[in-house]
Ligand binder design. Structure first.
Ligand code: DC
Length: 219
């Protein structure tokens, strides 16, 4: 079964590429970052510090998380409520990055991601897909771009969504999150030797897509 794994830093264009790739191949797409965002959102809205391991572990005991596909589009259902839109808010990005350091949170979400991937042909994107979620996939990619270009893409996206943000803040945020995501003890973002590296700084979306499709192997 085709399980495509895409890792890379924040705003590298992973979800755009993964979504289009899934559509082209007529398979599903799992945005694993959305699952960490849902956990971060729950902590923040309940006044729980996302770095407080004990409180977050307690929160997990009363948390249900489900991923549903409606016409191929992913919805994240947290405790029975669709949170797909609210988790995209800028203030949730840091909470998601913080909560993703907690081992029990990762265990909880990785297990769900593996269950989903074993049941269908799918594209997954995140930070630990090539290392932890799908270590045996034959189709691993690491998608990156310079921090300035990633910040510009994220800034344009947030402005288009009507959020009031400054470019300098977004760039600092990207640099901080890169550090956070690649230096944590649990499943840090790393490029595995068997991942195909793509620097999308000067590539158009279609070029990245064509490149990935050319390199896919059967599994
Ligand atoms: O892809 P994103 O920016 O929406 O992800 C939000 C955070 O979740 C990100 O800072 C790191 C974390 N994350 C992770 O640790 N592992 C994943 N597979 C996906 C995301």
């Amino acid at each position: 079964m085709l399980n495509i794994a895409i890792d890379g830093p924040s705003s590298a264009g992973k979800s755009t590429i993964a979504k289009l790739l899934a559509k082209k191949l007529n398979i599903c797409y799992l945005d694993t970052g959305a699952m960490y965002r849902a956990m971060g959102w729950k902590a923040v809205t309940n006044g729980i510090d996302p770095t407080d391991e004990k409180k977050v572990e307690k929160m997990l005991l009363t948390t249900t998380l489900e991923v549903r596909y409606i016409d191929g589009v992913q919805s994240v259902i947290l405790d029975g409520k669709d949170v797909s839109v609210v988790i995209r808010e800028h203030r949730i990005s840091k909470a998601a990055s913080d909560i993703s350091k907690i081992g029990k949170v990762r265990e909880f979400l990785v297990k769900k991601q593996q269950e989903i991937a074993s049941s269908m042909a799918i594209v997954l994107d995140g930070r630990d897909i090539t290392t932890k979620v799908l270590p045996n996939s034959k189709n691993k990619f690491y998608l990156s771009a310079s921090s300035e270009i990633r910040a510009k893409r994220r800034y344009d996206e947030l402005i288009a969504n009507g959020q009031d943000v400054k470019f300098e803040d977004i760039l600092k945020d990207i640099i901080d999150r890169d550090y956070n995501d690649s230096h944590r003890a649990n499943s840090p973002l790393t490029r595995t030797a068997d991942s195909i590296y793509i620097d999308s700084s000067n590539m158009k979306v279609d070029e990245v897509l064509d490149f990935i499709i050319e390199h896919l192997v059967e599994e």
